[in-house]
Design a binder for this molecule. Sequence first.
Ligand code: HGY
Ligand code: MN
Ligand code: MN
Length: 420
Amino acid sequence: MSTLATVPALQPARLEETLRRFAALSEPGPGVSRLAYTRLERQAHDLFASLLAELGIAAYTDAAGNTIGELAPDAEPRPGAIGTGSHLDSVPHGGAYDGTVGVVAALAVAAAASAGPRPRHRPWRFVAFAAEEGARFGQACNGSRIVAGLTGAADLRQLTDRTGTTMAAAMTECGLAPERVETARWDPRDWRAFVELHVEQGTVLEHRRVPVGVVDTVSGSTRLRVCLTGVASHTGGTPMDNRRDALAAAAECVLDCERLAVAATDVNTRITVGALTVEPGAITIIPGRVVFTVDVRETDYGRQRAAAHAVGQRCRTVAARRGVDVEVEELADTPPVSLSREVAAVAHAAATALGLPAEVLASGASHDTQQISRLMPAGIVFVPSRGGLSHSPGEFSTADQVAAGAAVLLETMYRLDATA
Ligand code: HGY
Ligand code: MN
Ligand code: MN
């Protein structure tokens, strides 16, 4: 790798140390648990702001909980800021890299850029988005959806976690201002481009032994909550031909979801039941009520909607045959997006200039940049994930892989800065 490897801020050991500091801000393990709009997420944002402050970069937190720092240009100014960053919340017992790698790399870029000597013609913004994971409230990318004007104050009062706490209440509890999130919106005229570094959360780069990925398409996701209501009754006294077993019906629905995805014509159709609750949940009671979530992913919106519709239909057919009531609720729906070819080309050229092979690929996971791409040209650079594992304590990327990604990110930012 070129001279960038000599940049102190990009050294693997330093990046790994910062990753460890963020990973320590977690509920008890295994893995990292730092859910959206919790005290721990805010502590992570405070750490981000303090690390920027050490570089002389003042950061502010907006009404939605996004934390943003800006480095002013030091050369002939050009209109429109460029930005980089990612999210600091995690799924329960997730990994130390999902989101955090992009924030740590943004800090390294801020350190390298503020040290110079290369000129900067645009404001450079460093962003930690709030509440990117849908694990708690169902909807993903909330902080970035808010800045993109896709989620407003009214929505925050509708989204609830499994305890019934609304997102608005959780935000208020964290000292944020859900009723003022409109003030957090970004003006596209104020921006030139945005680029995010993220772990791949898949196996393409590892299998092809390529250190850098450049994303062309980010999958969309439709998220459903299915409630099946049967009759809770005695497991001994109730004959098999006189049951309305909600869990047996759910089990059939879960397998049908898998069958729909496996039978789909496109490998990017992915359907998963990730959470399921059973009531009353006792060994001697036939389950009366089951609630489960369905996550439908696709790189083509037509297929995504068709797959989500097919899931609902299958659940209704199974429920009708088994005499069980069914409700299918849509929790969130985000279309797939094709990211900016311009930013992808700049990132690819940056990797090449550093002597790093780069591969263009789709992202199965959703990302904040998916929302930001509605406001400005935006791109995502991937680093490999060991075994493709993510949303798991086993999530891992080597320090050298993270350092290579951060170097590509820095070079990409300088190239975007230099564009017209
Ligand atoms: O769910 C996702 O794809 C992302 O990790 N929020
Ligand atoms: Mn992520
Ligand atoms: Mn994630």
